[in-house]
Design a protein around this ligand. Structure first.
Ligand SMILES: C[S@@+](CC[C@H](N)C(=O)[O-])C[C@H]1O[C@@H](n2cnc3c(N)ncnc32)[C@H](O)[C@@H]1O
Length: 232
């Protein structure tokens, strides 16, 4: 909450604060901590909750092993809560920047047409349904694995004997929120930068970026994400 006060201070009035906070287990028990929910409630006393997202990582390993793979009394925990907060109820956002390709079925309907009628569910499917909007609106469940094992970052860390950051995001995660919530030239700030995936993606998307990292080794490794001119 000490950080939250500072985030509020520096955030643009139209800006967004996006926090990926994985859940955790209570020590020694097959029960979950409610920390991330408590944090969310506490943050909403200061910020608006624009929407909550879940990052579904199918590649996540089953853990804690004791409850999931040994005693088999819990299932694999594969989602992380991602909280989208803002200073006002209408932060800059445009879901047209994060459209997903249509499914084959939907594309076929757009191409071949659909007879306007009421569906058994009671929903009225009108001709508007046929309009090609260049993609479907994504849900708040973001599916992406973080199985990057061959990036330039990893190769360069190895070459320079730097331990890679152990908890790197898939690039798709910051990419989604940067494209959804910012425009060209906007400033993206990651206060807990790690290997600075956020900075790399922000730069690729032509946004400005600032990242902090408290462990120097991670900071040194993060430079390999950028062209040589930016390295020190
Ligand atoms: C989960 S990692 C971020 C990983 C990053 N998203 C990536 O993809 O590489 C969180 C990072 O925050 C850093 N950190 C923790 N407290 C910090 C602080 N007070 N100031 C700056 N960095 C901090 C940790 O050292 C850690 O590398």
């Amino acid at each position: 909450m000490k950080f939250a006060k500072e985030f509020y201070r520096i955030l643009d009035d139209n800006g967004s604060l996006v926090i990926d906070i994985g859940g955790s287990w209570n020590k020694g028990k097959p029960t979950r901590s409610t920390y991330h929910f408590e944090l969310l409630i506490e943050l909403t006393k200061m910020f608006h909750l624009a929407q909550e997202f879940y990052w579904y990582n199918p590649a996540k390993l089953p853990s804690p092993a004791e409850w999931v793979t040994v005693r088999r009394i819990r299932v694999k925990d594969s989602v992380e809560l991602v909280i989208w907060l803002s200073k006002n109820p209408f932060p800059k956002a445009d879901n047209r920047n994060v459209l997903k390709p249509y499914s084959k079925d939907m594309q076929r309907l757009i191409d071949n047409g659909y007879k306007a009628k009421q569906r058994p569910s009671g929903h009225n499917i009108t001709n508007k349904f046929r309009k090609n909007n260049n993609g479907s609106i994504p849900p708040n469940l973001l599916q992406m694995g973080n199985t990057d094992s061959s990036s330039k970052y990893l190769k360069m860390c190895k070459k320079n004997n730097i331990k890679p950051h152990p908890a790197r995001y898939p690039k798709g995660l910051p990419k989604f929120f940067i494209e959804f919530l910012t425009e060209l030239g906007d400033l993206v700030f990651d206060p807990f930068g790690g290997s600075n995936v956020t900075g790399q993606v922000a730069q690729e998307l032509k946004r400005k970026w600032v990242s902090f990292e408290i462990i120097e080794n991670y900071l040194i490794g993060s430079q390999y994400r950028f062209p040589k001119v930016y390295q020190y």
